[in-house]
Ligand binder design. Sequence first.
Ligand SMILES: *Cc1c(COP(=O)(O)O)cnc(C)c1O
Length: 429
Amino acid sequence: MSSYEAEFNSVTDEVRAHERWFSQSLPMIASENLASEPVRKVLSSDLGHRYAEGWPGERVYAGCKYIDQIELRAIALGKKLFRAEHLDVRPVSGVNANLAVYSALTSAGDMMMATSVPNGGHISHGKKDFGGTAGLVHSLEVSYFAFDKEAMNIDVDATKKRIAALPSLKLAMFGCSLFLFPHPVRELAQAIHDKGGSVCYDAAHVAGLIAGGEFQDPLREGAQVMTMSTHKVLFGPQGGAIASTAELAEPLKKAVFPGTTSSHHLNNVAAKAMVFAEFLQFGQKYAKDVIANAQTLAGRLAELGEKVLGEKNGYTMSHQVALDVMKYTDGGVIEKRLEDQNIICNREPIPGDLQAGRHYMNPGGIRLGVSELTRLGMGRSEMKEVAELVHLGLGGAKKQEVVGRIKELRKGFQKVKYSFRDTPAYSFG
Ligand SMILES: *Cc1c(COP(=O)(O)O)cnc(C)c1O
């Protein structure tokens, strides 16, 4: 065997090892999920080799007879799912979708309002100084929503004052990454519109909760456009999408192509269509179960003495639970400690980190997500066991105990639920 063939084979061995590891772990990264086997299969189809460019029926490439049908089906299902007048499945990621919105609705130097990263915001809404997409790539100025740390949400009155004091405001970006409670879109949309600003809602994390009718409904609350990732609570392939009013359809379409994409990953478009159909059928129940699981996990962790953020409002109304772990050590060390025990989650900046001199490598918290465990079929009794395992892991319990209990727990949870039939979660082989 040539050494290149050995390298070639090593990759598939590593993928197998990864799947084996994850099948015996607690995958709790809040931005991740599992796609069903038929969806994963379509990702490996011939569509992944093709180009289309442009809107169905107006393509730049030949060979799109079936691709157009698939994309039109994805659009129709997505419009229904999000009750949107316009939907675009071409953005290849959530950041790519945000960049298209910036391109359609703003010019360099305009002011955008968003949540700061230490308060849970996403780097794609960030300032140039921090490498944020809005500032670095689209030259936007960014000012921040006022934030209430106790409520773990945007402070409406203080933000209204900030908006009034701005010389101008072109865009407000709701939505964030540490996202426990619905954002006050309804309460702030008028003040933003009065200033001449558009309202966008970044549903990267919560698109699945919104589709399930469980979190909030930004397009009915004053947002004109909503961007999303298709792989967080929405359990699809890695990708992005944009939903909007009919009025913004044309500028947004141009901003997606030719503005910010060329090829648009047609295998993903097909997978998105399938996931939208799964979600129309099972999304309502899934979203309810996800939130109930997060609330059960948060409640049990608090009973065990962990410092769960958002206590004032019942810890969480989403798929996420946030913990302040400073009583142990910082979030960076804890992330590694838990990974070593097969609990996979993120360290997380929490409010107050900057003032305390902590940054993204050693923030004060961790974020736990339950979307993937829910898709594997776990319910409230499993969440109580998960809370105990996380609690043990945090305290640095004997590794073998935690690892062994997780392996035992996972024995009954190896299939993907909330789909037209249960399929294996790990089938690379
Ligand atoms: C995850 C996330 C994104 C990025 O999405 P990708 O699909 O990874 O590009 C954008 N915005 C927010 C708020 C996010 O949490």
